[in-house]
Design a binder for this molecule. Structure first.
Ligand SMILES: CCOCCOc1ccc(-c2cn(C[C@@H]3NC[C@@H](O)[C@H]3O)nn2)cc1
Length: 448
């Protein structure tokens, strides 16, 4: 039997996001977000599902925190809904929204759980999208105003801060592929969004420093590890482009003060350029303290001129897949974490990792063995990564509970806790009890 012992100070947690769990979309003074609009646009979200109710965590957060406490986590990653704080994006502050999050954060702290906050997890106020979204400097400045309100309110209570969740999803999934809100399908728009959010990130970090806010601040890219289908240089180049658009496109500006030139040139060939203004790169490269890394899967890619702007096609290699169709392949996390070392051995938290397994209740239980197996494989890789001397400081399972999985609506379930979206009854799955044991022991024991 192999026992993987984790460091004594390793953080164990779970993660969620405001639009995916809160509900109460028209309560508490909340304004309209781009996801409220997108979900109501025919054909955009499975079954036309929206976040009006979700897990109703706005009203049931004490029950959620009780589940977290019983699970034994010491860290909980969540996001604040900007439309609850400044409903029209950059106007009046909604005190009722701040009071809600104070009640929530206080309850987390009372339960001995460290809040790990994401400022922006995709629910942009619609009024700002109507005026050009992240490509308009008005949105950039509005984000800084929102961030400063949150910094001032929660400094001292919150010590772990992330500016943006998955910048590749915000920019390219949502504005080049059109799969997430607001649903644009234009490369230049996507590049403008990516640059705008990077400037907003840098300005927020500068405010964080200037205001003397407690704790550490960073950003949480989602990674795309890819290995070449053949030994050809063009297949390797296709992998390099896929990996770099998720990672280097955002981390090079932050850590090096410049975009990866090979990708800038690639997009120039496609007629798209980065709208850099004087001083932008200096702002973006304001030093940060930590990185959140979201990892789900990896691909085997080949060059294919027909495969989108990156001409990088992911092959179906017949691997076991989760119910959302993503191959289960944990070694990509190990490979990626070594790739990440080119930015230095920076403090990293796995801020999302988990499996979409749509098992349902059977005799009052959910025997989600496939999810346990997924976590076993990925936590074993995490132990391997730490053993290599990489500063991987904590792990947050996505997700605490089943929730609104964006364009997939409620059909795709990532939770350790099952949610009946009619009754809103929460039922811990077998993976919840398995994770509870890992946390209690602070070690992983592979079952088979
Ligand atoms: C057919 C072409 O397809 C292109 C890729 O399309 C996608 C879709 C979805 C994702 C995706 C979803 N998630 C999970 C979320 N992370 C943040 C949290 O809110 C979770 O709900 N991560 N990545 C990636 C790529």
């Amino acid at each position: 039997m192999t026992i993987f012992q984790f460091p004594q100070d390793f953080r164990w947690g779970t993660a969620t996001a405001s639009y995916q769990i809160e509900g109460a979309a028209q309560e508490g003074g909340r304004g309209v977000s781009i996801w409220d609009t997108f979900a109501r646009t025919p054909g955009k979200v499975f079954n036309g599902d929206n976040g009006d109710v979700a897990c109703d965590s706005y009203h049931r957060y004490e029950e959620d925190i009780a589940l977290m406490k019983k699970l034994g986590i010491n860290t909980y990653r969540f996001s604040i809904a900007w439309p609850r704080i400044i409903p029209d994006g950059d106007g009046e502050i909604n005190r009722e929204g701040l009071d809600f999050y104070h009640r929530f954060v206080d309850a987390l702290l009372d339960a001995g759980i460290e809040p790990f906050l994401t400022l922006y997890h995709w629910d942009l106020p619609q009024t700002l999208e109507d005026d050009g979204g992240w490509g308009n400097r008005r949105t950039v400045n509005a984000f800084v105003k929102y961030a400063e309100v949150i910094f001032k309110e929660f400094s001292g209570k919150i010590n772990f801060w992330l500016t943006f969740n998955e910048p590749w999803c915000i920019a390219f999934l949502s504005n080049m592929l059109g799969i997430h809100a607001p649903g644009n399908k234009d490369v230049q728009t996507a590049i403008n969004v990516a640059h705008g959010l990077l400037v907003a990130h840098g300005k927020a970090v500068q405010s964080f420093r200037r205001m003397g806010i407690t704790g550490q601040i960073g950003i949480a890219p989602n990674v795309c590890w890819a290995e070449p289908y053949s030994k050809s240089a063009e297949d390797q180049a296709a992998c390099d482009r896929s990996i770099a658009l998720n990672t280097d496109w955002f981390l090079d500006p932050i850590y090096k003060g410049s975009y990866p030139q090979f990708l800038v040139d690639w997009f120039a060939e496609a007629g798209a350029t980065v709208p850099i203004q004087d001083g932008d790169m200096e702002i973006i490269s304001e030093p940060i303290d930590l990185l959140g890394i979201n990892y789900y899967t990896m691909g085997i890619n080949r060059h294919n001129p027909e495969a989108g702007v990156l001409q990088s096609e992911e092959m179906n290699m017949g691997l076991i897949k989760t119910d959302i169709g993503w191959p289960v392949e944990s070694r990509g996390l190990y490979e990626f974490m070594h790739y990440l070392q080119k930015y230095g051995n920076v403090d990293v938290y796995i801020t999302e990792n988990g499996a979409c397994i749509n098992d349902d209740l059977e005799n009052g239980k959910i025997n989600d063995d496939r999810r346990i197996s997924y976590y076993e494989q990925h936590l074993a890789q995490i132990h391997r990564i730490i053993n290599d001397g990489i500063n991987l400081k904590g792990y947050m399972a996505w997700s605490l509970m089943d929730n609104y999985e964006w364009a997939e609506g409620y059909r795709m379930r990532f939770g350790l806790v099952h949610v009946d979206f009619r009754s809103l009854v929460r039922t811990p799955k077998e993976s919840y009890y398995w994770y509870q044991n890992v946390i209690r022991n602070n070690w992983l024991e592979i079952r088979n």
